[in-house]
Design a binder for this molecule. Structure first.
Ligand code: NDP
Length: 321
């Protein structure tokens, strides 16, 4: 893996400028596994926490609840143009599914447009596929056809920006060969336990903004970075919480960050990251945490060890590190 030395750029930026010219707020609320509590979390984030960026996806099954939260927040005076709403295209990835899927998402969210629409995973699953997939559940993915339809949504102003998640450098290179609209955002798992420097550097070189997902290591079934010794030591030294240190680390690398919480105090805590910095020495200590490993490796959704087409996690990630 390349050893990039990201320093404190973007340290106090509350938003990042995208290639499209739009701004993406630096900290957003993640909503995966939020279920019926998503409404309350979104209202807390927008009205009490000062968040302006909400991340959801069709796959999370919570778009209705997120939409209700946005609506309630707008009743308190927030305007749609002040908000940045991200959602993601389902895994039944085929060109003809793109527009109906977006229309579904807009309906569930009760919105006229999205600020950002992402391809959630670069793999196509048959409708009703099982977990892990059976033979024939993972189908060919027409990347160019799907991207053209994404571009058409942007041209029709139904989405302000388009982008991808969970791509590899190999897949992004392929997409860049035919893209008329370069992805504004690449949303990837990134935290000190999976820094993925290679992808971050590639995106920076191509002016593609990166949003870091699972910035706290995802906790439940993931990696408990909140109790990591290095994170804890730095948090105590700076008189911040481990959650704040992890969010700030992502911002200092130039990525936007979307921590999820259902707890009102933690929601508010996670965005109090703009009037201080992680000193360079501590920032580099976070860049030196060993045991680099993905939490969201996609194995249970896309790998079929005997039938393929992806027989291992390494296959999914194009054997990149
Ligand atoms: P996070 O890394 O954000 O961690 C969330 C967990 O941390 C929850 O258990 C939460 O519990 C806990 N937590 C939150 N704040 C704190 C804090 N300050 N101190 C201690 N614990 C805390 O996990 P996610 O995997 O949810 O990632 C964030 C978001 O990224 C998702 O919700 C989703 O929107 C997006 N995402 C995108 C993916 C993609 O494929 N594009 C894949 C995965 C995630 P509690 O709620 O009790 O506070």
């Amino acid at each position: 893996m390349a050893h990039a030395t990201f320093t404190s750029e973007g340290q106090n930026m509350e938003s990042f400028r995208l290639l499209s010219g739009h701004k993406i707020p630096a900290v957003g609320l993640g909503t995966w596994r939020s279920g019926s509590q998503a409404t309350h979390a979104v209202v807390t984030a927008l009205v009490e926490g000062g968040y302006r960026h909400i991340d959801t996806a069709w796959e999370y099954g919570d778009q209705r609840e997120v939409g209700q939260g946005i609506k309630r927040a707008m009743h308190t005076g927030l305007e749609r143009r002040d908000l940045f709403v991200t959602s993601k295209l389902c895994t039944e990835l085929s060109p003809e599914r793109v527009r109906p899927a977006l229309q579904n998402t807009l309906k569930e969210l009760q919105l006229e447009y999205l600020d950002l629409y992402l391809i959630h995973w670069p793999f196509r699953l048959r409708e009703g596929a099982s977990k892990p997939p059976k033979a024939g559940d993972v189908l060919d993915f027409d990347m160019e056809g799907v991207w053209r339809e994404m571009e058409n949504l942007a041209k029709d102003n139904l989405v302000r920006n388009i982008g991808v998640c969970n791509f590899t450098v190999t897949k992004l290179n392929k997409l860049l060969e035919f893209a008329e609209l370069i992805p504004s955002v690449c949303q990837m798992e990134m935290h000190p336990g999976w820094r993925n420097d290679t992808m971050l550097e590639f995106c920076k070189k191509n002016e593609i903004h990166v949003t870091a997902y699972s910035p706290l290591g995802s906790q439940e079934g993931g990696r408990d970075l909140i109790h990591d010794q290095t994170v804890d030591r730095i948090a105590k030294k700076l008189n911040k919480t481990p959650g704040q240190v992890l969010v700030k680390w992502g911002l200092q690398r130039g990525t936007s960050v979307i921590p999820k919480s259902l707890n009102p105090e933690r929601i508010k805590e996670n965005i109090k990251v703009f009037d201080w910095v992680i000193p360079e020495k501590d920032f580099q200590a976070l860049n030196s945490i060993t045991d680099q490993k993905r939490v969201m490796d996609g194995e249970d959704i896309f790998v079929n060890k005997t039938e393929g087409p992806f027989r291992s996690v390494a296959d999914l990630w194009d054997h990149e590190d």
